[in-house]
Design a protein around this ligand. Sequence first.
Ligand code: WTA
Length: 630
Amino acid sequence: MTEDFDVRLVEDVKTYTPDPQYRKNAWMGDYQKAYNEFLADPDAFWEKIAKELDWISPWDKVKEWNYPYARWFTNAKLNITANCLDRHVNNHRRNKVALIWRGEEGRERIFTYQKLLSQVARFANALRKIGVKKGDCVCIYMPLVPEQAIAMLACARIGAIHSVVFGGFGAAALNMRIQDAEAKVVITADITIRRGKAIQLKAIVDEAVINAPTVEHVVVLRRRDPLVDLHEREMDFYEMMEGMSDDCPPEVMDAEDPFFILYTSGSTGKPKGIVHTCGGYMVGTYYTCKYVFDLKDNDIYWCSADPGWITGHSYIVYGPLAVGATVFISELTPDYPDAGSFWSMIAEQKITIFYTAPTAIRMFMKMGESWPDKYNLSSLRIIGSVGEPLNPEAFEWYYRVIGRQKCPILDTWWQTETGMLMITTVLGEPMRPGFVGKAIPGVVADVVDKDGNSVKPGTGGLLVIKSPWPSMLRTVYHDDERYRKYWETIKGMYTAGDLAVKGKDGYIMILGRADDIIIVAGHNIGTAEVESALVSHHAVAEAAVIGKPDPMKGNSIKAFVILRVGNEPGDNLKQDLLHHVRTTLGAIAVPHEIDFVDKLPKTRSGKIMRRVLKAQEMGIDPGDISTLEE
Ligand code: WTA
């Protein structure tokens, strides 16, 4: 806990007051007024938002709260793609650009709402033809190309449950996710392109499906000439669409039907399949895109995440399209072909809203101001951040250099589990670097002690959400007990697993994870997952993994490894272990340091005390070590 947190540090920060125009023109209007409206009647608040969307038939009740289970918009029927696509095509946005994709070497592809709908419908019909039905799971393991969004939307169209797996995961991680979700189809591409290099994605899928008996088909987007050969049960993405009708009636979904599964790291070796449902998720992402990101018809919006993460699900695909926005996506990295790649795209595309991650911002800072200074960034009106704490130095740089001391920064706190962003400083409210801000209207957040008592301003504790919200996770796939834990760690509230400090005026500062999850460059990595990957190597007897603060990545991964007898520590073995983690879990989970040790600190009951390792590593007091074995 953080009771001894330095309060001066918290209260001395500078406050930035945005131009009053922002509040005046914002969809949300005045924050306090909107918040009070929510408090006065939470169900009426959400109902009003839900009514802005198209439903096949309306709900009986806005919410049914049967702690810890919530149902939202009970018995209502809908299809999210009818809101993301048809609603716009049938109104004035038929020819509006929905998606602009930019690849390396200046390649650009543009989809109007009409064109996107027709592609989605054709691919959805193709999926139906190979036997995909409502409730079947489809695993999507693709690069950041329009077909990734098309595959997601096509699943949604026919009520198939997608499980998108980030293209940076390795074969074992992918296999585990395919097996857990019992995926019937895997959709992939031959390659992904990163910094001018082609990375073989399909080869990873080939390995991942060996031990995946539920997989009936693998669909491959073939990007490269000559086309890769397809084997038994493999089919080509576009060949499947040939001759398919572009009329695909949307599947009628109940508001509480499962919509998608997205895996996130947990404190055991097994990732958690977070389950979201159709109605509440749609309302939550639509609401936050419109009223927090303030998306207007003439915005060109760019979220630099990958749809393989929740940020991409909610703020590249479903939320912005539900609002009818123009969404820019790109396969480019911030430092390739040069350190100006992102800024050149903002200038070229006249991006108005840019949403990225602190790890990227810190990388931009390191590469220097001269890069953004070369480009005209004056189209930007709002800039955002998500994924880990935006430290005050990074805030100030982002505000000054990218936002040109004019654009409000939306530092948004949320999680895979929450579906939508929950805490931020909405447009027009004073911004305080280091603090994310306050709960948005619709959300009740607090910082509490371990018994659930609200802490005093200037004090630290656990971040909690005190009442249900529409886009909350409904369960953990195949593991409802893990779901209940979120609400039972502190009776009656949702525990996020983050440590936070409450500042004055209720502003919240997020400190980081309270559990065994390490956020590395914005990606959640479970210590247990890395440990089991290490232990699966024949030379390793035991492993313990900790996160160490890192100025660029937020945290770096350090592993302590005990070898099996007969193995000698050394550089070759170290390289071999790193390679092993890379191929099983993926590049994002590779330790930055490995130490070979003879012993690990353990409790008398045999649990590894990572806290002690971390304290040793950082030269700080390990705290209570009374349970440590001799
Ligand atoms: C962290 C990402 C500080 C936090 C949307 C949370 C943040 C975890 C912020 C969820 C932020 C996210 N400031 N920390 N603005 N946003 N986090 O599931 O620890 O990939 O619990 O969802 O990221 O990560 P996830």
